[in-house]
Design a protein around this ligand. Sequence first.
Ligand code: SF4
Length: 425
Amino acid sequence: MAPGSPADEAEPQTAPWPWRPLAPRPEVAPTPGLYVHVPFCSAICPYCDFAVVRERPGESERFVEAVLAEAASWPIAPEAPPFDTVYFGGGTPSALGFEQLERLVVGLGRRLPIAPGGEWSLEANPEDVRGSETLAAWRDLGFAVLSLGVQSLDDATLRDLGRRHDRVAALAAARLAAATGFDRVSADLIYATGGRPLDSWREELREAAALGLDHLSCYELTYHRGTAFERERRLGRRRMLDEDARAEWFEATHETLASQGFEAYEVSNFATAPRHQARHNSKYWSHQPYLGLGPSAHSFDGAVRWSNVRSPRRWLERLQSRSVTGGRAAGGEDLPPAVAELERLDLEQLLLEAVSLGLRTRAGLDLVSLRERFAVDLLAASGETVRRHREAGLLELVGEPGRPWLRASLRGWLVSESLTLDLVP
Ligand code: SF4
């Protein structure tokens, strides 16, 4: 990007609080992650509840400038560790043109401290992969990780989900991506969509696992309020699987992928090797700090969580108005223009989150770290609960003498929310 372009001239604004890195924890690097939400999609899928819009002419240009202005508005403390992951999610980041992506990559690097070896990830939809040149261009821009929104390899399911690609395009994009030289290629898949037998999903998983990808994310279809699918469900036109059936699909997903060499390191995420686990998303699960830019993006500094204005167009207006502050937090302080809400978490809330997030991972909860951070000995405080759930096969105590870890079993993952509430009453 040429110096002096409009985005470069964005006035730095003053935010009312500094970026505070989370206190270092022994088992994970205390480095923050950076997330950029790109809200544009060529059409809105009927199950989607993300902050997305169909782009109006020129809107993505203004979006790029606004993201860079928002990045410049954060006064990062000089002693703060640099961001070591940068994740472009959406929406559809691959809907941005190559030059727009380049301006974001270069512009973010100028405005925020990003570690030289930081991992850059890009979400892409198969229909945007127009050939090996597209993939090579993204890779050469610095994106080491590509996450493909495949969702299904079944044409009927793809049509039902309102996707703009078909099975042939998904397979071609995945195979080309796997051969492009990214550090990691991942694909998202959705299951329990209804209207198909479980065996066909198992077959689809085996096919996906054979594509040469390093990572798969498998999510059960959720009927979010306000979506077309949820309206159809309420009208009786769509049927949600019952609890037993959903458990069956969940277990089949894990068993099939395990048999194909994909280890579940998180409730919905599978990798062929530890080095292929998602570095950026792992920060969310291990309670690391992150800064989110763009509409609806969330941020967390270890004790305070804030979220940006959800509506993409309202977010754009706020950034373009270049006002120094936006709304007001419950505590009375002025918020930066992009920020809609702010919540200060007390120790109890943080503990609940740490347990909930930790139980989502295969590694589980490091009980020594938990004690050091929250002054809570979970085995002493909830020993009877732990014993009961271990006997029921929902929790497992692993690790070494003096360094115990508590983790959920496969069946425990199905009820991890109630396990959390039992453990942290
Ligand atoms: S492509 Fe993804 S982000 Fe866009 S509307 Fe569909 S589900 Fe939502």
